[in-house]
Design a protein. Structure first.
Length: 133
């Protein structure tokens, strides 16, 4: 790390879809998913405003395999990693950019309520109702 420099991201959010997994030609696992973080505030008129920010997350190796196997859409996850921007040319020779979070560590914090295997009659949390998907 260069002196006076830090590239660190910590997020807690919900998966927008099930993770997508693939393998490189050398056999290493790569998993991607989108993570939604939400914020809300009161406007000067007193009404509640909400905003969802989407983050593209990339995992490699054994961690990628674990995420692909156990993470599901809607699940609450803590991730930490670093930002990386990469570029490529599309089929029309237009240069494209994407900024991703290269995940160094994650913790599955919870699962979205699943009634299929549950015998309890718990009411879904209000937090699940705020999901944008």
């Amino acid at each position: 790390m260069q002196k006076g420099s830090l590239n660190k991201v910590q997020l807690i959010g919900h998966l927008g879809a099930d993770p997508e997994s693939r393998f490189t030609t050398s056999g290493s696992a790569v998993t991607n998913f989108n993570l939604a973080t939400n914020e809300s505030w009161r406007s000067t008129e007193g009404e509640t405003k909400e905003k969802t920010e989407w983050h593209r997350v990339v995992l490699f190796g054994k961690m990628a395999e674990t995420a692909a196997e156990f993470m599901k859409k809607g699940q609450l996850v803590y991730i930490e990693g670093r930002l990386q921007t990469r570029s490529w040319e599309d089929k029309d020779k237009v240069k494209r950019y994407t900024t991703e979070i290269l995940c160094d560590n994650f913790t599955m914090l919870g699962r979205k309520s699943d009634d299929s295997g549950s015998s309890s009659s718990t009411k879904p949390s209000e937090q699940d109702d705020d999901l944008p998907f």
